[in-house]
Ligand binder design. Structure first.
Ligand code: HEC
Ligand code: HEC
Length: 184
């Protein structure tokens, strides 16, 4: 009995020190990006594409994107918001940007790949995300009617919306179920 209790205590101790070590030494503890959900954000920014998790871009990128003049011409679309909504979403995005969520591996990788003096507005133009998709041919992305562009992450990454996961093991490209055999 005593042995069992001791073993249990040891296990609890090891587990918490593992988590503690991750925090102290700054290893990211989770695999994807933080799967944050916000109703207001989703209804304002999830209409034309899925509501990108804040951890996919650094805070300075969100701050730039959320300027009124930027929203007026948002990649050729008008994404203007009422001032109250704009400020709410600006806060949500900038407080949870890729530079703030260092315990999530993908956010850390994205953030580390961007030079400090650059403020990308596209996730797809950050060096890390660009590199990860370099081998995928156009016919699977831009020319694929069920995808339309690399911006539509959730068309291929089946756990992007539900879990903030972008691992290659959960990719399913529409019309190209055997993508893994076709990419070299
Ligand atoms: C009226 C439609 C519309 C709304 C509303 C909208 N967007 Fe977009 N967004 C677009 C289009 C179009 C693109 C470019 C997609 C492409 O290149 O195919 C885009 C691209 C983006 C990208 C870059 C994706 C990439 O290529 O990496 C981000 C980030 C983004 N939007 C965030 C937002 C945020 C935040 C909001 C809310 C404030 C928002 N969007 C609202 C239409 C919209
Ligand atoms: C056309 C389908 C498609 C779209 C759209 C797409 N991806 Fe991917 N993504 C892939 C494939 C396929 C791979 C694996 C590539 C390889 O390993 O050769 C991948 C790999 C990745 C990886 C690395 C995964 C790993 O295990 O190393 C990340 C991170 C990622 N994508 C994020 C994104 C994000 C963020 C977006 C949207 C801005 C996006 N992807 C859009 C198909 C897609």
């Amino acid at each position: 009995m005593l042995k069992k209790i001791f073993a249990l205590l040891l296990l609890v101790f090891l587990q918490s020190s593992w988590a503690f070590a991750h925090d102290i030494f700054g290893f990211p503890r989770h695999r994807g990006v933080e799967p944050l959900v916000d109703k207001k954000y989703e209804s304002s920014c999830g209409e034309c594409h899925f509501a990108y998790q804040p951890g996919l871009l650094p805070s300075r990128s969100w701050a730039k994107m959320m300027r009124p003049e930027q929203l007026e011409d948002h990649f050729g679309e008008n994404a203007e918001l009422a001032e109250k909504e704009r400020l709410y979403i600006l806060k949500f995005l900038t407080e949870n940007g890729a530079d703030k969520t260092w315990h999530y591996k993908r956010s850390v990788k994205i953030n580390q790949s961007i030079p400090e003096n650059v403020t990308p507005l596209r996730i797809t133009e950050t060096p890390y995300i660009k590199k990860k998709h370099m081998e995928i041919p156009r016919r699977m992305i831009q020319d694929n009617k069920k995808v339309r562009g690399l911006s539509y992450c959730n068309k291929c990454h089946t756990e992007a919306v539900s879990k903030g996961q972008f691992s290659r093991t959960n990719v399913d490209i529409p019309n190209f179920r055997n993508w893994d055999d076709l990419i070299d």
